[in-house]
Design a protein around this ligand. Structure first.
Ligand SMILES: N[C@@H](CCC(=O)N[C@@H](CS)C(=O)NCC(=O)O)C(=O)O
Length: 203
């Protein structure tokens, strides 16, 4: 049995989505941060860093959301990783870009706009984050010109991972109306059964 630790509404979301796309059955264990469960002896045996997501598949344990999704895809739905070395390279390229570059200003803005009460918000942090996003979103929009999906014209983990991060724009109310290719790609992705099953978990 697969057990995923974390909530679909956190960075674990990309793993829940990948599980839904893979069609594999799993159980969920949420971790109560307020109660310090992430630092409990039992959980530190699963992830010594005390962070979610983490996943157990039988005797095997893995943490770090991109690595977890890669493992799920590799084991249960390998085509999500791409079917040639070049496709797998590009899926990896976009997935790493989504967390190493795109996600950084998104999370800076998210922390301020979602977690910090309005009177205490750092408006400089928000402004800097919003300044950085157009270059990256412009580059993504240009990449999607004339394409249905990022790699091989087929839905892969590149689309899942990048659109998962682009979705933060909804939370931080970053206007995406100038990016028509991104918007059409997001609609295409939203029509997938796996996406809809994942979204239902977040309600
Ligand atoms: N790079 C990690 C980030 C994991 C992470 O920071 N998880 C947060 C929840 S979204 C957490 O567990 N925080 C607890 C803590 O930092 O003590 C991943 O993508 O898996």
């Amino acid at each position: 049995m697969i057990t995923i630790y974390g909530s679909p509404k956190s960075s674990a979301g990309r793993c829940f989505w990948c599980l839904e796309e893979s069609g594999v059955s799993y159980e969920t264990k949420s971790i109560d941060f307020k109660a310090g469960e992430h630092q409990s002896e039992a959980f530190l045996k699963i992830n010594r860093n005390g962070k979610v997501p983490a996943l157990q598949d039988g005797d095997f344990t893995i943490w770090e959301s991109l690595a977890i999704s890669n493992y799920i895809a590799d084991t249960y739905k390998p085509e999500l990783l791409g079917v040639t070395a070049q496709e797998r390279g590009l899926v990896s390229q976009w997935s790493i870009w989504s967390v190493a570059d795109l996600q950084v200003p998104m999370i800076d803005a998210f922390i301020q706009l979602v977690f910090v009460p309005e009177p205490h918000r750092n408006t400089d942090v928000i402004a800097k984050a919003f300044e950085k996003l157009p270059v990256m979103l412009g580059s993504l929009d240009a990449e999607l010109e004339g394409k249905d999906f990022l790699v091989a014209d087929r839905f892969t983990l590149a689309d899942l991972n990048v659109s998962f991060v682009v979705g933060i724009c909804d939370d931080i109310k970053f206007d995406l109306s100038a990016y028509s290719n991104i918007n059409q790609w997001r609609v295409r992705i939203s029509e997938r059964k796996g996406t809809q099953r994942y979204k239902a978990l977040c309600k």
